[in-house]
Design a protein around this ligand. Sequence first.
Ligand code: HEM
Length: 449
Amino acid sequence: MWGDAPRRYAELHRKYGPIVQTGPYHVSISESRWIPVVYDSKHQFRKGKFYDVFRPLYKGKPLDTVFTTSDPALNKHLKHTLLVNLLNKPQLFSKEIDYSVDVFIEQTKAAKGDSIDFSSWTFYWAFDMTYALVFGDHFGYMASRKDFNGMVSSFKTIVRSAAVLGQVPQWCPATLANKTFMGFCRSFRSFPDPTIQLLEEIERKIHNHDTQSHSCGNSLLCRVLSDGKHKLEENAYDEAVNVLFEAFLAAAGEVAVSLTTIIYCLLKDQRVYTKLAKIVRSNTDADHTYVSVRLITRIRNAVIKEALRVHTSNSPPIERVVPAGGLNVDGYFVKEGTVLGIPQYLAHRDQAVFGADAEHFRPERWLEADAATVKSMDQNFMTFGKGCRGCVGRELAMMEMRAFVFKVLGELDVEWASSTRPTTANYWMMEYFNFHVRFTDASSMRGRS
Ligand code: HEM
């Protein structure tokens, strides 16, 4: 309720032990050896009613997406379309991603060292970049350097509200998709609902695709519509809308928050910042041998993973429902239908896995560890979820974040622009407030310690 779920779960487990009943139908487990059981690979522990709250209303009915559905067949089917057309070969989109980063750099240069609200700018960048991959052109947030249609702020509001309402789904079945409730809410002009804007935008884009001869290039839109089935069958049309909707909404916010986290960790730790900036700036494309490219990629991945380990973008436990027959957890019987979760916050701080300094941001741990330790750290790394419902966009997201962090850091220096530090809230997705930084040309700050 108050945006500090990770810390509260940690307190509850400290007080009551590794298995805690946190609500009438909710149980939290802190021991990470249960991760492969609860987040299994065969759809045994399914998603529950928490996810219904995230379904948008489309054509008068709740739209079950790859993210929200508890039906393995629908999940598999929609996921296949996403994988084949966008996520299996993220490198095909490197041109679009690089271009988006260049626009970000241009805009920070235009800001001429002024203080900027970085946690908003990462949303502008991620929304624009994701829009480019999904639809083939830019939304225009970066160019205007503001949330010109209110979609970013309505996105944050709706995710926050859905996370809280999702804890009591019986009180508000299918909130975003509840016609009466949403009809009432939407009668207020200022009601924030990005799903309406997005669904309208998608239908407009499909119409333009079918009626105009302009090219939508490499985009998911072009790929999904290429067989023309959506013109002949309503189901195929609805499925195209569904996939385009999810590809945008599942990706943009997560990437924005994760990027903010990475920069936050680097700014807090000047040792890592300086080391990384040196590595990035001392390697031009001309020096790259196969070995150095692999090493640099490992270092980049280590910095990103470590930041996302310490500050996971979704820290409240990811919920799954106990299947028929119940589950015996170390002598406690958990009934069928109970909502179970393992807080990522705790899995990421397990000292038996990450070492005595598990609390601290230290990217080197991923580079120094032997293969067995890396394997167990990876098993505990829950930032992208786990099991058959884990994130399908992980590779694309890593590529986007690598491109952003290292292209930006290659050209620019970043520092706090205020003596006060950002604050955070974590309902479902981490939110940062008052994240004021300034970017300057990298050369002007060489030698900073
Ligand atoms: C740093 C960025 C990202 C993070 C931290 C992240 C995190 C997550 C997490 C934790 C889940 C599991 C949620 C749950 O079980 O409730 C998930 C699922 C998902 N993610 Fe991501 N994600 C990121 C980027 C992306 C991108 C770029 C896409 C591209 C489309 C994407 C698409 C999805 C989809 C479709 C699912 C649902 C998969 C399913 O239920 O089978 N994500 N993500």
